[in-house]
Design a protein around this ligand. Structure first.
Ligand code: ZN
Length: 365
């Protein structure tokens, strides 16, 4: 007890005792812990496995989810596109619809306008028809169609035949006579005039040499006028026809190309009217003896004309000319022409001739 009671002993003893207790407790405790540890480890391993399993599943799910999300995004994108398309379609349809409505409206308006126009035209037609029914039918406008039959180069032995035919058809004509022929057959000239026809100068000689100078021309020209006066008893009017017409080329070899241009100016200044023609029978050429051809030439050159001066030649060999006359006269009568002569030619007719270049035609080369 003393030992226990000693300070040292008691300190060491407590430490020793504690150590002892400690060891024993550890032993007991650790035994129990080892047993427990084994169990816990198994459990932990299972949990671990489970967790791995779960993690795996989770991973799969996540991947699946990811896929789904991707798909969803795709679908959403598609939907957006589709919605956009639908909107556009709707818009287009709306526009189309509006346009169609507009078009329909316009069509309806047009239809209305057309109906109104048709109605208006029908009314107008009725007014015109009524007016037409009330107005007397106008007479056929033949008054303005005129034909001047002209016979050049006489008088000859053919002249009586021509005069007879004209008388039979109650038609008057104009004869452009040659001075020297008038001197040879003055009675025929007087017959022409007495039967109501007109006689006008066509030179004295009918020689193209007259176109050499003004002097040669006027010498012949005035001689023709004098002969005219001698035969008929009065001065001829200032109307005549040039041998070969105003556009003749026979003058070229005598007075040159510029002779006719200057001569025509001079004659117009002197107050003369020179007359040409716009319908020719062709009886001064190769058709002279072909009556059918003469008729054809006249009809052809008369086409679309309502003011004509027809050229014939009163020469002794031209029987065909005298024979074709009845047909020609009928042709003009049938086509509504009035037979006119220079005996009573009007101012208006002379103006019309000039306008048609059938008289006083300007010559220039
Ligand atoms: Zn002639």
């Amino acid at each position: 007890m003393n030992f226990i009671k000693s300070k040292y002993f008691s300190g060491a003893g407590i430490v020793l005792l504690a150590f002892f207790i400690g060891i024993s407790s550890y032993w007991v405790g650790s035994n129990r812990y080892v047993k427990d540890f084994d169990g816990k480890e198994t459990e932990l391993s299972e949990i671990k496995k489970e967790r791995e399993e779960i993690a795996k599943q989770l991973e799969e799910l996540e991947s699946h989810l990811e896929n789904k999300q991707k798909r969803l995004v795709q679908l959403e994108k598609q939907l957006t596109r589709f919605e956009k398309l639908v909107n556009e379609k709707d818009e287009m349809l709306f526009i189309k619809d509006e346009q169609f409505k507009e078009f329909q409206k316009l069509q309806e308006e047009k239809m209305k306008d057309l109906e109104a126009e048709i109605k208006r035209l029908n009314e107008e037609r009725k007014t015109i028809t009524d007016k037409k029914d009330k107005t007397p039918t106008p007479t056929t406008p033949t008054a303005n169609k005129k034909v001047f039959l002209t016979f050049d180069d006489g008088p000859t032995s053919l002249t009586p035949h021509v005069l007879k035919t004209l008388k039979e058809h109650n038609v008057h004509a104009t004869f452009f006579t040659i001075g020297k022929r008038m001197e040879a057959m003055p009675n025929v000239v007087r017959d022409i005039y007495q039967e109501g026809h007109m006689v006008l100068p066509h030179s004295y000689s009918h020689d193209y040499a007259i176109y050499t100078t003004f002097e040669t021309f006027y010498s012949d020209f005035y001689k023709a006028e004098q002969t005219y006066k001698d035969v008929l008893g009065f001065k001829p009017p200032q109307i005549f026809r040039f041998p070969g017409g105003s556009s003749n080329q026979s003058s070229f070899q005598y007075g040159g190309k510029q002779f006719m241009p200057s001569l025509t100016i001079d004659l117009k200044e002197k107050g003369y009217t020179y007359v040409d023609w716009n319908v020719t029978s062709g009886d001064a050429g190769p058709d002279a003896k072909n009556q059918a051809k003469l008729y054809e030439n006249i009809v052809t050159t008369s086409a679309n004309k309502d003011f004509v001066i027809v050229l014939f030649h009163d020469v002794s060999s031209n029987e065909a000319t005298a024979n074709v006359l009845p047909e020609v006269i009928n042709y003009y009568k049938k086509n509504g022409f009035t037979f006119r002569t220079f005996r009573d030619v009007t101012k208006e007719e002379l103006q019309r001739m000039e306008a048609l270049k059938l008289s006083n035609k300007t010559i220039s080369y």
